[in-house]
Design a protein around this ligand. Structure first.
Ligand SMILES: [Zn+2]
Length: 275
């Protein structure tokens, strides 16, 4: 669906009213998916979602997707934000604490544009399993502290392990602190260099197979920033609806994996040494 001129004008006016910045080049060519609904995600007592790692995921309907971006804020983050703003679509950013310290204004921009800010550790250890439990906890806590300091308020109690490399000990600790652990249901594999067109084709193919789920991208990657406008336009034309997750009360509803489910965590860690 292409936005009509009046729709674009309305969006631009709304964006201006919110202090948002739409890049001039994109304002005239904006296509998008919008955000269908906000899903409050309670993490009381812990939450483990994302079928790549865990046997449960968020209670999404057919053709509902949650967009997540890891490893920022970074040089390509503004391009991703421009595309999301243009499409009126909200996402969740799992930030690295030391990157948030380096670019606090960009952290605040992500939040000001309506996205959810979450934590992806402080220094992105590869992997947490090579750290002592104490050092790993310190890295996670330092990440939350740095991101919240940049933001000026606590970020969402949502955490994603670098490379999905969790441990029982850390999972128990996170649950005791009411922090939800997010894996994902499908990923873009955008840690592998490829053209934006190949990137777009790959993630579209995976989404057509999965039909719903939490999707992992990296806003650090130029190939991802380049394809996101077309990806968002394709969501709209494909009948997909974007669900925006935000911190909520209690514990979120989840869906169990289908029969034959297995975790891909260990295989992923073994394969993704370079990530
Ligand atoms: Zn990462």
């Amino acid at each position: 669906m292409t936005f009509s001129a009046s729709r674009r004008a309305l969006l631009a006016a709304a964006a201006a009213g919110l202090g948002l910045r739409l890049s001039p080049g994109m304002a005239g060519t904006c296509e998008g998916s919008g955000t269908a609904r906000t899903l409050p995600v309670g993490t009381a007592g812990g939450l483990f979602v994302g079928l790549k790692s865990y046997p449960r995921t968020l209670a999404l309907a057919d053709r509902e997707v949650v967009l997540t971006f890891d490893d920022g804020p970074a040089a390509n983050t503004p391009r991703v934000l421009d595309a999301l703003a243009c499409a009126g679509t909200r996402a969740t950013f799992f930030l690295i604490g030391r990157n948030a310290e380096a670019q606090p204004a960009l952290v605040r921009r992500i939040a000001a544009e309506g996205h959810t800010i979450a934590c992806h550790s402080h220094t992105h250890p590869w992997t947490m399993r090579q750290r002592s439990p104490e050092a790993a906890r310190t890295d996670i806590q330092s990440g939350f502290d740095a991101i919240s300091a940049a933001l000026g308020k606590p970020c969402a109690p949502f955490f994603r392990y670098p490379g999905f490399a969790d441990t029982e000990d850390l999972n128990t600790w996170l649950a005791s602190r009411d922090i939800g652990v997010f894996g994902c249901d499908l990923w873009a594999s955008d840690w592998t260099p490829m053209s934006p067109a190949a990137q777009l084709a790959l993630v579209r193919q995976r989404l057509e197979r999965a039909r719903r789920g939490i999707i992992l991208f990296h806003d650090t990657q130029a190939q991802t920033a380049a394809m996101i406008p077309d990806f968002l336009a394709g969501l709209a034309s494909g009948g997909y609806r974007v669900v925006h997750i935000a911190a909520g009360p209690g514990q979120a509803d989840t869906l169990a994996a289908g029969p034959g489910w297995t975790s891909e965590t260990e295989r992923t860690i073994a394969m993704a040494r370079h990530h």
